[in-house]
Design a protein around this ligand. Structure first.
Ligand SMILES: *Cc1c(COP(=O)(O)O)cnc(C)c1O
Length: 221
């Protein structure tokens, strides 16, 4: 069940000013997205390319669509015409492909570099060295702009571990924020989901990706 307007406004109020909410709408019906849109929410996050394209076609054109899932290079072309921000850029190769598709669409596409901060190997993201190399090598990619970092903490009850991971990402964010160039200007630190966003915000997140807390549990088929 989607939050009603009052509950949604309370949610935004406790989240605090300056923290951008990306409402994660994967697997949610377009009608639920419209409900939040009518409350004034404009930023939505999706994980699957085909689902995102379908929803883009059906829903109001001033929605800012964030791609937050794992993006395969061969699918960039489908979202390049309209995507607002790609959160999960986890390789230089992917960034090169995004740049190529951005050129074709005469756009500059904003990207976040995803850093692997969790203990699980299954999660995607760059290590520190790959991050450094990507930032050092991207100056020729004129049609992408690196505007921040994204990370997913371990799915764990160990709050000390999760906090440590957020602190680590914040440290990297501060480091690269200081070394900006033409197409690197870090503004967004995308970390925190329904179960850990409060801690993420305490540790410096300014963009949270929240699904189940505002939409209710995701439907299963
Ligand atoms: C699904 C998802 C979220 C939101 O998860 P909730 O637990 O429903 O808030 C956030 N980020 C990513 C990358 C996701 O895949």
């Amino acid at each position: 069940m989607v939050l009603d307007r009052t509950a949604f406004e309370q949610f935004l109020a406790q989240l605090g000013r300056g923290i951008q909410l990306v409402a994660v709408s994967k697997i949610q019906a377009p009608g639920n997205i419209l409900t939040l849109y009518e409350y004034g929410q404009k930023d939505f996050g999706e994980n699957y390319v085909q689902e995102l394209v379908d929803k883009y076609e059906q829903l109001p054109k001033d929605i800012r669509w964030h791609f937050i899932g794992h993006l395969q290079s061969n699918k960039v072309k489908f979202i390049a015409p309209f995507v607002y921000l790609i959160h999960g850029v986890d390789s230089e190769k992917l960034l090169v492909e995004i740049n190529k598709q951005a050129v074709k669409n005469s756009r500059v596409i904003d990207c976040l570099l995803q850093v692997h901060i969790a203990t699980e190997d299954t999660k995607f993201g760059m290590n520190e060295e790959e991050l450094a190399n990507t930032i050092a090598n991207c100056s020729g990619l004129k049609n992408v702009k690196i505007v921040g970092l994204m990370g997913m903490a371990s799915f764990s009850e160990d709050v000390d571990q999760v906090r440590k991971e957020f602190k680590y990402l914040k440290l990297l964010f501060e480091k690269y924020k200081a070394t900006s160039s033409e197409n690197v200007a870090l503004r967004y630190l995308s970390m925190g989901m329904s179960n850990d966003y409060k801690m993420a915000v305490e540790e410096g997140s300014n963009m949270v990706r929240i699904g189940s807390l505002i939409f209710g549990a995701r439907p299963t088929f």
